[in-house]
Design a protein around this ligand. Sequence first.
Ligand code: ZN
Length: 381
Amino acid sequence: MPGPGDVLELIRDRGPLTRGDVLDMTGLSRMTVSTRIDALLDAGLIVEKGIERVTGGRPSKRLEFNTSHAAVVAASVDTTHTTVALTDLAGRVLAEERVDVAVADGPDHTLNALAERAKALLTSTPGVERVAAIGISVPGPVDPDTGRPSQPPIMPGWDAYPIAEHLGDALGVPVLVANDADAAALGEQRVAHPGSRSLCFIKVSSGIGTGIVIGGQVYRGTDGGAGDIGHVKIAGYDDLVCQCGAHGCLAAVASGRAVATALTALGKPAASGTDVGAYLAAGDTDAARLTQEAGRVIGEVVATMVSLLNPAEVVLGGRMASAPLLTGVRETLYPRSLPRATRHLTVSLSTLGAQAATVGLAALVVDREYSAAAVDAVLSR
Ligand SMILES: [Zn+2]
């Protein structure tokens, strides 16, 4: 029989709902629905809002997930810096700070710095009484079983590092570890494209990564490597060495770092995707041309993804997300895919930008900490 946790999940997914809606959707008795809802109200997990007056009927209150029940600490570790944010349970950012630690600084230094900043944010942000968990995203694959980085190509010292234990000790709350593109994909799907259940998020910054959402949930793959397209080998580029040590990887050909190298050769110094992004924002024509060319190569690989998964959305994000990148991807993606696979496909630029991972981390935390099983366990104590 559905417990209070199941009723909460229903309200989270489909709410706001009236008591009558819950009755109809669960098939539970009126008495049981009443008990379940009272338990959720008492625990502060849901709130009653607004009164909807139906002509001739009696007024009915609507039940909503209490997105202020607790806060989430969302930390996005990027190649050049880390963002620490405090959000509510809907992923709305309450406070946010950038910490100048890079992933190459190693796990100890990076995690200590972000734990300090998280503590400072929690103290300085009014109205935060409880923390549901800390969600942290990293720019590399995460093993779904252990929650530890799994042979990340661009994260020296992080392989199998116990991130959750380290942060859990420092902050005293549960920790969730995710791949950055996975988190961003979920953020885009839940907030920017809630009507689409399947989405591929292509992050093009200094490296290239992909997050895949299928049926509203992140698909990680057996070893957390699903969507790691940056190291797919591209024919004809054997002379280019990738950061991972192999030759001819997509990232060696078309990432922000690759475009930065090409720009530098033209006398326009650049070292990272962030640098290229700055040239693009300034309207530099060489940066635009090289980014569009990179987009064409990326589009070839994305065409395979689209044929395989038939998603509703392909969203381009990261520092290189720009009109030239979008044009380049479309130029090769459509001709190389069957019309059936692209008939309902939308290819667009990220609307959440740098906040996509933050919003996605909040969603991942809520999905885990407020799952039916987790809620039932807490309420039965
Ligand atoms: Zn590689």
